[in-house]
Design a protein around this ligand. Structure first.
Ligand SMILES: NC(=O)C1=CN([C@@H]2O[C@H](COP(=O)(O)OP(=O)(O)OC[C@H]3O[C@@H](n4cnc5c(N)ncnc54)[C@H](O)[C@@H]3O)[C@@H](O)[C@H]2O)[C@@H](O)CC1
Ligand SMILES: [K+]
Length: 553
């Protein structure tokens, strides 16, 4: 087993040790690739073409659903399961589960959205097999039959729509979903909760609220992106006989953000190493009245492993920064004040260039607490023109609201990676035309347009590279949404860039570490707690990497 495999094993099976990490609720069994419904259909098609029949896949899918259903039922005398079956193959999985649960002695009732005669292909076969097996009762799905069914059921299986959802729920269908949600009976969703779009997590007409979802082969973006994620409950990923080799043809560019994405690019410190081997990061801070954001970022960069970190700031802010910092160096930008209001004497761009002419300073962060205006734009240009790799956040992004093309032009001229870390508001200012898109498409198009790695922050942060790769993060706890948290994230990205990680991997790893640190610090955290909370996260990474090496020997 190599280092990457060893770490992947240990970090994705819910045993991450970070306590309440929401990622532990995702069964990422099978690989970190995420497949859109169209790619999943292609995986099915390639598998069937290789000689495994569609009904074999459906039987395996239905069996995984039946097993999950049984594990959700407590030991009542005769559990009563209500299965809602749609017109397509999602309904087919429901028929298989119905047959198996009936054969295992459970009380099963199926409600069909369409007449059995309209079923096609494997779904029609699965229905026939269910009937031949002594048939759990089935009826048309109507408000009345649903009401009665819900009143008797211990568990509902939602097999109405999965990958084939092609429009939001509406009219009678939306009402049926509302009835299920109001019924108070736990729901197990087949593939996806009906109403959730697997490609982007949208649920414009509402959706069935599941306690648990069983999907097949690989997770879908809709399991991770909000609002879809909030409808899924816990997600299991069942392997149903689709061979991973099909991915070589599909070439998915989207993954779940976990260590499999970046661990092979991360180098833990070696005993013979030197701090200069791990880079020298610089954070450009703002004027005296807004220094905290830059300090948070600088502390995070140092904790994330940068060999040295310098906080460069206007002379007026030097004392307050120096009073708060110990291991981090401070440096005055002498000729003026960064972030001065428009019209005041410009001045920090020159000192920024001077500082960055020392090529040992290999990564820079500008934006947090820096101030918005033309001088900030000059400073950003100075950074982009001088340093190897850069992180742009907050005010550095907002300063380009009216001239984003100038920023993208400067990024195109950069030698190394540039990472942008906007929250939704900052993103909207830079990419107003992309804001109406789903989060994944928006981040991807922004990365392509800007030439930067884009980290579009939120509970479901998307990391997108200009070359089309993208990842969705899932381990951020709710209490990470707190003042200064984004500054810490920018600092972690900076620290990883300084150590030589490529931009996309550095950004993804930083987002993941930030989430883990949030879980580590726990409820009541403030941003000040996060840098120190990186310690156990890094310790576990080092330990896992060590285990990988031990097994190689
Ligand atoms: N061989 C395969 O392709 C396999 C497919 N599997 C299952 O098949 C599912 C996909 O099957 P399908 O492609 O048939 O799609 P679905 O069964 O998800 O739904 C398709 C049907 O629903 C209708 N529909 C879509 N959105 C609607 C809406 N909002 N309101 C009302 N009707 C709507 C469509 O017109 C179509 O008739 C997966 O989710 C999975 O559960 C599994 O059995 C594994 C194997
Ligand atoms: K479903």
């Amino acid at each position: 087993m190599n280092k990457a495999e060893a770490m992947a094993d240990l970090w994705t099976d819910g045993a991450s040790g970070g306590g309440a990490s929401p990622a532990a609720k995702l069964g990422a069994n099978g690989g970190n690739e995420l497949l859109t419904p169209a790619q999943m259909a292609e995986a099915d098609r390639l598998t069937i073409a290789s000689g495994i029949s569609g009904i074999t896949l459906m039987n395996a899918a239905g069996e995984a659903v039946a097993n999950a259903a049984q594990s959700m039922l407590t030991a009542t005398d005769l559990p009563n399961v209500l299965i809602l079956c749609g017109p397509g193959y999602n309904g087919g999985d429901g028929f298989v589960a119905a047959r198996l649960l009936h054969q295992r002695g459970l009380e099963v009732k199926t409600l069909l959205l369409k007449k059995p005669g309209s079923l096609k292909g494997d779904a029609a076969l699965a229905f026939e097999e269910m009937r031949e097996a002594g048939a759990p009762t089935w009826q048309a799905l109507t408000p009345a039959s649903l009401k009665k069914g819900l009143s008797e059921a211990d568990l509902v299986i939602d097999a109405l729509f999965g990958a084939g959802l092609d429009r939001p729920l509406e009219g009678g269908m939306a009402k049926l979903a509302e009835m299920v949600n109001a019924g108070g009976v736990p729901v197990l969703a087949v593939d996806l909760p009906s109403g959730v779009n697997g490609a982007d997590g949208s649920a414009g007409g509402g959706a069935i609220q599941a306690a648990r979802s069983v999907t097949f082969f690989r997770l879908k973006p809709g399991h991770l992106l909000f609002p879809g994620r909030s409808y899924c409950g816990e997600v299991d990923c069942a392997q149903i006989g689709i061979r991973p080799a099909v991915l070589e043809e599909i070439v998915p560019e989207l993954t779940l953000n976990d260590d499999r994405l970046w661990c092979s690019h991360w180098q833990e410190p070696v005993v013979s190493g030197h701090k200069y081997d791990r880079g020298h990061a610089v954070v450009f801070g703002g004027p005296m009245h807004s220094t905290g954001a830059a300090r948070l970022a600088a502390e995070a960069a140092l904790r994330a492993g940068a060999g040295l970190v310098t906080l460069a700031c206007p002379p007026s802010a030097l004392m307050v920064n120096a009073c708060h910092l110990t291991a981090i160096m401070v440096h005055p930008l002498r000729k003026g004040e960064a972030g001065e209001a428009e019209g005041e004497e410009a001045g920090s761009a020159g000192p920024i260039r001077d500082l960055l002419s020392d090529k040992r300073l290999n990564a820079a962060l500008i934006g947090p607490g820096f101030g918005v205006g033309p001088q900030t734009r000059e400073c950003v240009m100075a950074v982009l023109g001088s340093v190897e790799t850069a992180v742009l956040d907050a005010d550095a992004l907002t300063s380009y609201s009216s001239s984003p093309e100038a920023l993208f032009f400067a990024i195109a001229g950069c030698r190394g990676s540039v990472v942008m870390t906007p929250h939704a508001g900052e993103f909207r200012r830079l990419f107003p035309d992309l804001f109406s898109l789903d989060k994944l498409s928006a981040a991807r198009q922004a990365a392509q347009r800007s030439g930067a790695v884009v980290v579009l922050k939120g509970a479901d942060t998307v990391i997108a590279a200009p070359d089309g790769r993208a990842a969705i993060n899932s381990n951020a706890p709710a209490w990470l949404a707190t003042a200064g948290s984004g500054d810490v994230l920018g600092g972690i990205v900076l620290g990883l860039l300084a150590q030589g990680m490529p931009g996309y991997e550095a950004a993804a790893m930083a987002v993941w570490m930030h989430g883990e640190a949030g879980s580590e610090a726990g409820p009541g955290l403030t941003a000040e707690d996060l840098p120190a909370s990186l310690r156990p996260v890094i310790r576990r990474l080092v330990e896992k990497a060590g285990q990988g090496r031990k097994e190689i020997r």
